[in-house]
Design a binder for this molecule. Sequence first.
Ligand code: ADP
Ligand code: MG
Length: 694
Amino acid sequence: EFLKTQLVVTAWERKRMKEKVSFGKRTNLPMMEQRRSLPIYQMRSELVKAVKENQFLVIVGETGSGKTTQITQYLDEEGLSGKGIIGCTQPRRVAAVSVAKRVADEMGVKVGSDVGYTIRFEDQTSPKTRIKYMTDGMLQREALLDPMMSKYSVIMLDEAHERTIATDVLFALLKEAGKKRPDLKVIITSATLDSAKFSKYFLDCPIINIPGKTFPVEVMYSTTPTMDYIEAALDCVMNIHINNDPGDILVFLTGQEEIDSCCEILFERVKTLGDTIGNLLILPIYSALPSEIQSKIFEPTPKDTRKVVLATNIAETSVTIDGIYYVVDPGFSKVNSYNSRAGMEQLVVTSISQAQANQRKGRAGRTGPGKCYRLYTESAFYNEMSRNSVPEIQRQNLSHTILMLKAMGINDLINFEFMDPPPKSLMVSALNDLYNLEALDNDGYLTKLGQRMSQFPMDPTLAKTLVASVSNECSEEITIIVSMLSVQNVFYRPKGKQQEADLKKVNFHHPYGDHLTLLNVFKAWERNNYSERFCELNFLHYRHLKKANDVRKQISQLLQKFGLPVTSCHGDPDVIRKTLVSGFFMNASKRDSQVGYRTIRGNNVVGIHPSSSLHGKEFEYVIYHSLVLTAKEYMSQVTSIEPGWLIEMAPHFYKEIGSDSQSRKRLKIQPLYNKFSKDQNSWRLSSIRQTREK
Ligand code: ADP
Ligand code: MG
């Protein structure tokens, strides 16, 4: 039965083949065959019919069944893109890009033409685009200008089970848009079985299950708790490689550094064993990896070689790697979590949920019966892991999201139809932050400044800094600094050459700190005609700098679009630092000779990160971009400031409580909000309540 369906060339395929031939494009027959062998192919007509007949539809299917790459094409082939774009959101940037490329390949077109993608600071679409992949964050941003989603005929919220903040917000926005636009089709796709909840939320819409072609996976648990999961994972991989039948291995780790160092260790171990064991191809995958390297994991494994892919949880559902027989699951992932009391966001390594563990296990059963090695005990799985992961919206900083909602005129946050509402404490701290940044007024309404800030796709603190730079006439410099902060670390420290690299880095150091150091790096690269050679010589990541330059251009264009001048202060460090203070005054720390530094806001003990250009130096007051928690709490991207600036730039937040001596530098400062916090509850609630009344 299955074979038969595979052999029938449907009318639309014939049409497409003809078109391709007539346009002289290559017809990719193997790819077409592969498309037809996907489980979803047998559901094609049922799916298309269901989309035509229902406004909302939930589609559930195993990872790899073809949801992301096929549904959009089916709908396009059936003419649903005639009245508007078929949009498909992805929680991850990498997935949006790689899937768009794959679909363009399958359709025999170039990315950016009929098929395109949009991610932050990168738009690869054209007026011709009929199928558009994008991050959920980008669609949320589009809703700011066009809440009716009028460009789209169909929107597919893909990977809905990931429950990112943007997807959660889009649930509500699209439900609302759907009410006003009966012709808008909304599809929610998910890899796991929480479909009933999605269906209930979307007015009890139908659920379609894609039957998966999956094989049984045998699960092996550790008999004793694992002390060092990295060591255990490496041992497990070597064991499989040496003792087990052929089949590729997928290992789940928590982040880039961990993955890179594990790749190296594995490489060394394989080298030491030499010819006594088979070939092992070691490949990493994480979001920050350049796409050329990423696409390597999709290539078929060479003969007589075993592939091991070391991945973050990106490989749980977002990308599918064929040929995996063994999964190694240490049981951890890195999640972003906001501590509203401390007022900071942290990436923390935490235990995964049972749902995630099962998703990981499933990766081993796509090509044949597989094995999953859980590096934790069976009792830990049942008794210590939660059933489902907590949605992002219930654990992350919401200030960016709330700013966008307020900018859309959604003031009533209490009655906003969240699928799972965030805890009040998170909403309140976001409202507080926005109020402190002067994006909201006393009643919780958007100010003019807040309106402006919402137009920039970045964290509100950065947006505020950028807006302030316009009036301080240093927008050129701040644009560069903001761009450099929004890309990955530009300093390159290869193993074995770390000292050499550090010496080069010192050349760029600015005595006042990291923000100005970043500016120095960019300016020096600019003076050297943006050359790659310059980067090599100075241990800088060319790719990251190039990205920063792209971001810089995008931000400059945004400034121009809003009629805001791009002006330079010719590098005046005080003007730049004051401007930074106007966005980051809440992230200020004061020296405490006993412990290092203490944050002014929370009085928490922090240190200057060893990678900072201010490390080992002593300044009375500093601001920082973010806090990172490793062995200890560190401030990252630190710049020294004059305490008086805190009062000058944020008089609503700080007050002077006298000085130790005559010197201004010894000025004592205290955040006003401590005094204000008694009434804060009433302010917070009234601002939420008031918004409800309007
Ligand atoms: P789903 O969204 O249901 O997880 P996808 O549509 O992403 O499934 O993938 C369907 C199949 O297409 C995968 O099983 C894989 O074989 C193939 N595929 C997807 N992306 C790529 C790619 N970038 N390179 C090669 N094959 C791919
Ligand atoms: Mg998918």
